[in-house]
Design a protein around this ligand. Structure first.
Ligand SMILES: [Zn+2]
Length: 466
């Protein structure tokens, strides 16, 4: 199995430290507002990666942090004249609700900075003992000049960065690029006691401390949005590796940006959507399919047309899902040879190649077409065929990609379902185009037996129910 590692800038064979265990940390939201659809993509794709590792029989421990100390939270609390904990409690609840609507599997732990002050302080202390962090009157900074590997993740060069950073004058810092690990408390801000006086942690330190606490000093996979590569992840590496002398994470995975109608999403352009705005309008499966249809590292374009087309795609899956739900209840019927293993291997092969979900989705849709065709060609299949087809869809489309949920499909008489009839008609038109008259006739007769009469005309085929 290959994973593209941002650190080495190439696809590498995935070799977890302690198989079958896999440790995975994903940088989660700052809980001061509803998360936007671009964050939604990051969360859903990290969910799919975790689920695929589980499909491969790895035992994954999945941690996603919630940032609950931050300037943006303080600003919001001040604007609303409430406490920061009131703000974070509200948006933590909203976050949990939204990821549930996305049908994400819950993380094993959602650690929060405010609950890890002791661990955060311990990492800073280690850095201070090693002479890498320095305290200036209650503000503690990380001296990036003391860490040889600084810039190795982002590929940034310290000299180039310094030129840009000189504009920002901070008399306390020895080097303008040094960053805060502990901030001295200011009037009206939440603060915690520490050996450097009252204050609060810088943003980056929480992920170092919480990843080490919950997953160990070296973990398998650390992931997040592209925008976190620098400075957040670069600083996490600097802090953690300087403190422990060990590698922090083996594989660094980053998710591409989401654009709206090919434009960068921003509040000022009026094209900013929260995940809940979109989930109010479209089913989670359609959104997940839209995400799945782009490679996780590529930019993803989001538009009304594309989400509607994804929704049509999920309707195809659901139509077959209902047919399979019914078919497994059949008694009697004839067995048939069908190469389920071919589709299983294709699915794994695409996912093993750095989680090529768009190809994996193509395999699923090929499977759906093939199964629909088999059902149309063979009037009286036994339940075993339906059961095997459902097993394949469950283990791949449902359990890994989350683009269909069998239990959510309402019980319906599929023979009266218009979506299903239209698919049969499309299948028949295709058969006629291919001059497969036998198949075309079989479809027509199959429908006639169910009381559905086709009428062909120059403008196409319509149908009547008897
Ligand atoms: Zn982080």
């Amino acid at each position: 199995m290959l994973i593209y590692n941002t650190l080495t800038k190439k696809k590498e064979e995935f070799k977890p430290i302690n198989p079958p265990n896999v440790t995975m940390y994903v940088c989660g939201p700052t809980i001061y507002d509803y998360f936007h659809i671009g964050n939604g993509r990051t969360f859903v794709m990290s969910d799919i990666i975790r689920r695929y590792l589980e499909y491969k029989k790895y035992d994954v421990k999945f941690v996603m942090n919630l940032t609950d100390v931050d300037d943006k939270i303080i600003k919001k609390a001040n604007e609303e004249n409430v406490s920061t904990s009131e703000v974070t409690a509200r948006y933590e609840a909203a976050f949990m609700k939204d990821i549930k609507r996305f049908k994400m599997k819950p993380a094993d732990v959602y650690p929060k900075a405010t609950e890890h002050m002791k661990e955060i302080e311990e990492v800073i202390e280690k850095l201070e003992e090693k002479g890498i962090a320095y305290n200036v009157d209650g503000n503690v900074f990380y001296d990036i000049g003391k860490f040889d590997g600084y810039g190795k993740l982002s590929g940034k060069n310290i000299d180039d960065l310094e030129v840009g950073a000189r504009v920002e004058i901070n008399m306390e810092k020895q080097n303008p690029l040094d960053f805060s690990v502990w901030k001295k408390s200011k009037e009206g801000e939440p603060n915690w006691e520490s050996k450097w006086g009252n204050g609060r942690p810088g943003w980056h330190i929480e992920c170092s401390a919480m990843s080490m606490k919950h997953l160990g000093e070296t973990i398998d996979i650390h992931a997040g949005g592209n925008d976190l590569i620098f400075p957040h992840h670069e600083n996490e590496i600097a802090q953690s590796e300087a403190a422990t002398g060990k590698e922090f994470a083996r594989y660094w995975m980053h998710f591409g940006f989401l654009n709206i109608d090919k434009q960068k999403m921003s509040k000022s352009l009026g094209n900013f959507f929260t995940a809940r705005d979109i989930l109010d309008k479209y089913p989670a499966e359609a959104l997940r399919l839209l995400f799945v249809q782009s490679h996780y590292r590529s930019p993803l374009n989001f538009s009304k047309e594309l989400i509607e087309s994804a929704q049509k795609g999920t309707e195809k899956l659901n139509n077959l899902g209902r047919v399979l739900n019914d078919g497994i209840k059949k008694v009697g019927g004839i067995p048939i040879e069908f190469d389920f293993n071919k589709f299983k291997s294709l699915f794994s092969a695409t996912m093993d190649d750095d989680f090529n979900t768009s190809q994996a989705a193509a395999v699923i849709f090929d499977f759906v077409r093939e199964v629909n065709k088999t059902i149309a060609e063979n009037e009286n299949l036994n339940s075993e065929f339906y059961r095997k087809a459902k097993d394949f869809m469950r283990s791949t489309a449902e359990t890994v990609l989350g683009i269909i949920h069998f239990n959510d499909l309402e019980e319906k008489d599929t023979s009266k379902d218009d979506g299903w009839i239209i698919e049969q008609i499309e299948l028949r038109s295709k058969a006629k185009e291919e001059k497969n008259w036998q198949l075309a006739d079989e479809i027509r007769n199959g429908l006639a037996e169910k009381g559905i009469i086709l009428e062909d005309s120059k403008s196409g085929t319509t149908y009547k129910k008897k």
